[in-house]
Design a protein around this ligand. Structure first.
Ligand code: PA5
Length: 445
């Protein structure tokens, strides 16, 4: 499913440094399995792939079919873990230009509720004017400001444009079973709704309806996605020896590098379709590990694009980084370099060769250069950008994150720091109940 090569990372560490973490990685994996680790009330993701029933997946496909039949555009309203996974998978699997030349077979999947940009929201509502659109409103807490603000606008517009009855058919809620405004509205309006399990945190929720419904709406095979995740669930289980368990190996290697002073991990891809996968990964690792004054800083680059912006820093900046490359063995299409009689660009030596061959040589050349420049390198190879391999990649990163956070000595499943900005924002906006905070902030300004 995926291959992980740590050779060019281990070579930066004392001999045996990664293997010496094998017992602790196994312990961490076992603690996840037995539910004996910190944050053990948020382990619902661990066996999620193998617990999804055919009936549940069929229901998701049915809801997606209703939305696809009635909508030319579907807006996914959510932030953080409530949208990044869906976006990552949809972009990885989509034709990069289909949205520009819609052929009518797939609705446009748009994202909102992940920012408070007035221009963004104005332009979105303008784009939706006159269009047959629907909304998937995703919020576990059901109270997140960014998402609630966008949903309020979208709900009104949808009802006005499409009428109350149709709006109720094309608005779907994915939220808590009983709490929060999103649940109350869904029940009051009679929307089709799904529950985000209590024991699955936002950033681990892509294989719940949070990710599966938007992905199915975009026309992708959620059964194959889940199958990839299921197979990876097995491949990373407690019975798998350390050297064969990619999640344990990844977790141990990055912790060994961190202990050796490599404080920043750069996730690099060589396929523009993986840009949002980087974003999803950043949240997964950043929110899981960055606490208690600890944590590898998760950064990301799209290559070769960013070699022309960040390449200098990676090659010669402070040597506190390591790099993890996601390499896709086979692209979906074949494109050969054409002959040019004039050969003004001097590229005729590439005539008849695949564009991907150049990309792969850029990747190899970059890896060698970065290793020579003092950047440890891990390499993850997936065979193809399809549902199965993306499902496997997602679960690999999730399990790796759980093991890695425990090796680091943090609770990988909470995010107490996310609340700080919200308290200040509410106080500054004068939200009822925040009077004391408002006064305290005003005294500082
Ligand atoms: O991973 C997380 O828990 C967060 O990123 C949340 O998903 C994000 O803050 C959105 O929260 P909610 O789904 O409650 O609107």
């Amino acid at each position: 499913m995926i291959k992980l090569d740590i050779q060019n990372a281990a070579s930066f560490l004392p001999a045996g440094a990664v293997d010496s973490l094998a017992p602790r990685a196994a312990e961490a994996n076992l603690a996840l399995e037995n539910g004996t680790c910190p944050g053990n009330d948020f382990l619902g993701w661990l066996h999620l792939p193998s617990s999804l029933t055919p009936e549940f997946l069929a229901d998701i496909r049915q809801t997606a079919a209703t939305l696809r039949e009635n909508c030319d555009a579907i807006v996914v309203a959510g932030i953080g873990g409530s949208y990044l996974g869906a976006r990552a998978v949809i972009e990885a699997l989509s034709d990069s230009f289909e949205w520009l030349s819609r052929d009518g077979s797939n609705p446009a999947i748009l994202f909102a509720g992940n920012n408070i940009g007035e221009d963004y929201l104005s332009e979105l509502t303008r784009y939706l004017e006159g269009r047959r659109f629907g909304v998937i409103n995703i919020s576990k807490s059901g109270t997140t400001t960014e998402t609630a603000l966008a949903f309020r606008l979208l709900k009104k517009q949808c009802e006005q444009q499409r009428g109350l009855d149709m709006a109720r058919r094309v608005i779907v809620a994915i939220t808590d079973a009983s709490k929060g405004a999103a649940r109350i509205t869904a029940d009051k309006e009679g929307y089709k709704s799904y529950i985000i399990p209590d024991n699955v945190g936002g950033r681990f929720s892509v294989l719940t309806p949070v990710g599966l419904l938007p992905i199915a709406c975009a026309g992708f095979d959620i059964d194959a996605l889940v199958q990839g995740a299921r197979d990876m669930e097995q491949a990373t289980g407690i019975d798998v020896p350390f050297a064969e368990n990619p999640a344990a190996l990844y977790a141990a290697t990055r912790n060994a590098l961190y202990a050796a002073g490599k404080k920043i991990e750069i996730l690099a891809n060589y396929q523009p379709k993986l840009h949002s996968m980087n974003e999803w990964w950043k949240q997964l690792y950043g929110e899981s590990e960055g606490k208690g004054g600890k944590g590898i800083f998760p950064a990301a680059v799209d290559l070769t694009t960013d070699l022309h912006s960040m390449g200098q820093w990676i090659q010669e900046g402070e040597r506190t980084i390591f790099e993890t490359v996601i390499s896709v063995a086979a692209p979906r299409h074949t494109l050969l370099f054409p002959h040019d009689d004039e050969n003004l660009d001097g590229l005729n030596f590439l005539e008849g060769r695949r564009v991907d061959e150049v990309n792969k040589m850029a990747e190899l050349g970059t890896r060698l250069a970065h290793v020579d420049g003092g950047v440890p390198n891990l390499r993850i190879v997936i065979d193809a950008l399809d549902e199965y391999h993306i499902g496997a990649l997602i679960y690999f990163f999730e399990r790796g994150c759980g093991i890695s956070g425990l090796l680091l000595g943090v609770n990988p499943f909470d995010q107490p720091g996310v609340e700080a900005y919200k308290r200040n924002m509410f106080a500054l906006l004068g939200k009822p109940g925040y009077e004391a905070e408002t006064a305290a902030i005003q005294a500082r300004l």
